[in-house]
Write a protein that binds this ligand. Structure first.
Ligand code: FE2
Length: 319
């Protein structure tokens, strides 16, 4: 069964410009003092181990409860093995991410498109095989997982450094076919698109945006990266580059998304990068947040941003 439901049909709440709440910045970023419309929670960072009886890591529920007083929380999954080969019911996605996303009242959930743990490769980031058979197999899993979440599920495009053997179509074509097959949505990481366009000959970022169904984009990631040994890496360790801002403006002008999240994280991606700190990186993060809000406001108007949890709840209510 296919569906043509778009994000506008879903009435996904428009939260505004948010920040990813990840272990590398949560010890020092002054969350209480700066305007952020939403927080993206990395489910892997707050889940308990699979061999225990509890779902959330010690202290995580309390930490998120405090954070939720400031802005709505949105769930994001990386290592759920969502697209892998183990039975879906045995994966961290089903056993941990689904209950946590429900617990925090996430209006939608996004999952990173790669094979990840216990499957094709453990490296970050092992791309899916862009093939018709994987559209079918992954599409069935995505549909079943979306039903378990009970909220819209959006797949995040990955930055990858080699193409998976056996691929027979472009990534953008694969994602368009996947969401059509599964009845799911897209989480568009514009820095991943940019990274792939730098590293892969023939990968055109603007052609990519023209190929994916923009009307199915629920949320956007922005980040920066670094050049290392001749390869441009999606390390989230520098300011958002200019071509990514140009793409953001284009996408916001052409579709209605629920949120734009900035990702800042250095050592979490690779030990060749650095650990971010308040001294060197706070001004960079604040400047990118300000520019993202300006770009959002130019497209949708400042009143479209939900700066309180109550406002977001109100918007979610109509879904
Ligand atoms: Fe991302």
């Amino acid at each position: 069964m296919t569906t043509s439901t778009t994000v506008s049909d879903l009435s996904v709440p428009q939260l505004g410009v948010g920040l990813q709440f990840n272990p590398e910045i949560y010890d020092w970023f002054p969350f209480a003092q700066h305007e952020v419309d939403a927080f993206e929670v990395l489910l892997d960072a707050v889940m308990a181990p699979l061999d225990g009886r509890v779902v959330m890591a010690p202290g995580a529920a309390e930490q998120l409860e405090e954070l939720a007083k400031r802005a709505p929380l949105v769930a994001h999954s990386n290592y759920g093995c969502d697209f892998g080969f183990d039975p879906l019911e045995s994966t961290p996605a089903v056993r941990r991410h689904v209950p946590i996303a429900r617990h925090i009242g996430s209006p939608w959930v996004s999952n990173h498109c790669f094979y990840a743990d216990a499957s094709w490769s453990d490296i970050w980031s092992s791309p899916l095989q862009f093939s018709r058979s994987e559209v079918e197999r992954v599409g069935r899993r995505a549909r079943a997982l979306g039903d378990l979440y009970g909220i819209p599920l959006a797949h995040e495009n990955a930055a990858y450094y080699v193409v998976c053997p056996g691929s027979e179509m472009r990534e953008a074509e694969f994602l368009a076919a996947l969401v059509e097959r599964a009845g799911t949505y897209l989480h568009l990481d514009l820095h991943n698109v940019y990274t792939n366009s730098v590293n892969h000959p023939g990968f055109d970022a603007w052609d990519y945006l023209a190929t994916i169904p923009l009307e199915r984009v629920i949320a956007i990631h922005l980040a920066g990266g670094s050049l290392h040994d001749g390869v441009y890496h999606d390390w989230h360790d520098s300011a958002v580059p200019e071509p990514v801002w140009e793409m953001l403006q284009h996408v916001l002008e052409h579709t209605r998304v629920g949120a734009v999240f900035l990702e800042f994280q250095g050592r979490g991606h690779h030990d060749a990068t650095r650990v971010l700190d308040r001294e060197r990186d706070l001004d960079m993060i604040l400047a990118d947040l300000t520019r993202a809000r300006r770009t959002w406001d130019a497209a949708y108007g400042p009143r479209s941003r939900r700066t309180t949890r109550a406002g977001a709840r109100e918007a979610c209510h109509g879904r």
